[in-house]
Design a protein around this ligand. Sequence first.
Ligand code: GTP
Length: 372
Amino acid sequence: MLGWFKKKFSKNDEAATLKEKEKGIVSDTVLSSPECLPSVTEPKKSDSATEGVKKEEASGLGTMFQRLSTRLSKTKESLVHRMDTLFLGRKEIDADLFDELEEILITADLGINTTMELLDDARRNVKRNALSDPQELKIVLKEKLRSFLMESDQPAELVRPESGPFVIMVVGVNGVGKTTTIGKITKKFKQAGQSVLLVAADTFRAAAVAQLKIWGERNDVTVVHQQEGADPSAVAFDAIDLAVAKEYDVVIVDTAGRLHTQVNLMEELKKIKRVMGKRLEGAPHEILLVLDATTGQNAVSQAKLFNDAVGITGLALTKLDGTAKGGIVACICRELSIPIRFIGIGEQIDDLRDFNPDDFINALFGDETHNH
Ligand SMILES: Nc1nc2c(ncn2[C@@H]2O[C@H](COP(=O)(O)OP(=O)(O)OP(=O)(O)O)[C@@H](O)[C@H]2O)c(=O)[nH]1
């Protein structure tokens, strides 16, 4: 389990607020050169982002578990409800049943390899235990899926550096939800009493900076940015300077998702990583890849690509609320040895969960009894 916010970063809210106040307005003294001035945007507050969740709570879908379950309904439909329909009225487990199961699992985007392993394991289990009731088969499949998810549920190993801020570099292709995820993570850190500095290292598109500023305002945190076309590594370097000088707890760096070519993009990300490491030993402490669950198997290819280039330490899987392809979670856990830190289950600020295999499986299979 992740536990960034509970274990490593938990701090008294009041003390953190005081620290933020002491920092005051960020001064220009740390700026490196006048023609390349990083700007800092101090936020205005907005609470509209939590309205969706409040409405949901008011409508009786209140608990965290119920909300997760509701948001996963498309995958539930494509995977679990289809399985239920298949098993309904069947008296025995035969080859036909396995064929139909295979189609269901592949449609829910578990991928060929994961599907085959799951079914092979189920066949062995049926034989070994002489299972005949399709309902027993459902339990076998559910537990094997859970074991896939548990495999990648490694400890986060995110220990605060001895000194200086904890630096997270966020990467991923355009539109996967990087900026939104940064906004949601920022809220979690703030709630844990941490001061956060956001860094707009996507200087390729002015809109990207504007969007990060909006999330900065929502969270009442400072955003460092420079003019369009500035060197992203320089932005990141200066931001770390600022964070060290002002004793920020956490720095979150937003990067570009698209450049002229893929090679350019990967080279730029490598440079940002290298430059930050030069300024602060050990930084970035986390390279978080954001993946869009609605892209299914494509997400796995993206993960391999980014991992080869910069070495990914954690994943955030977004838009699980909008897809029937949630089986991709099992595929990712089985095929990549990179832990899923977060899942995104909506567009609002509170729609990000620490990834918990048990919660995920229980929400999908509609089993509340195992929960909390
Ligand atoms: N339904 C849903 N939508 C999401 C989720 N996360 C992000 N989005 C939406 O996805 C869209 C793209 O999100 P961004 O945060 O702009 O993505 P990005 O990767 O920063 O994109 P660029 O800035 O274009 O590189 C927005 O409309 C978000 O509201 C999620 O978990 N669920």
